[in-house]
Design a protein around this ligand. Structure first.
Ligand code: HEM
Length: 76
């Protein structure tokens, strides 16, 4: 049986802390599916390179989950 695609509300939103969300509001809202969808490629690049979050890179499991969300169609 096929599994459901990675979901923004169920799997992704919680990866972003309140500090992350507040820091980045000047550019986009990391808790808003539409904003993250619109900026997904740039966000993925900063996560992959480890440039964001600024206080410490995500581990591969978290980056991988975000990448999967992008590759599976950025579902709500
Ligand atoms: C397109 C993607 C992004 C761009 C262009 C971007 C850019 C920036 C810039 C210019 C700053 C301020 C200068 C600095 O501290 O380096 C900043 C700060 C920050 N960003 Fe991002 N960012 C992106 C994505 C993210 C993501 C995905 C996260 C979290 C997972 C994040 C979390 C933060 C945090 C925590 C800070 C520091 C604020 C503090 O001092 O607490 N950013 N970002």
């Amino acid at each position: 049986m096929a599994e459901d695609p990675v979901s923004f509300a169920l799997d992704i939103a919680d990866l972003f802390t309140q500090r992350d969300q507040e820091a980045m509001l000047i550019q986009f809202d990391l808790w808003d599916a539409e904003d993250v969808r619109d900026n997904a490629d740039a966000i993925l690049e900063t996560l992959t390179s480890g440039r964001m979050p600024c206080y410490g890179a995500w581990d591969e499991a978290k980056v991988g989950l975000f990448r999967q969300w992008v590759e599976q169609g950025k579902a709500d």
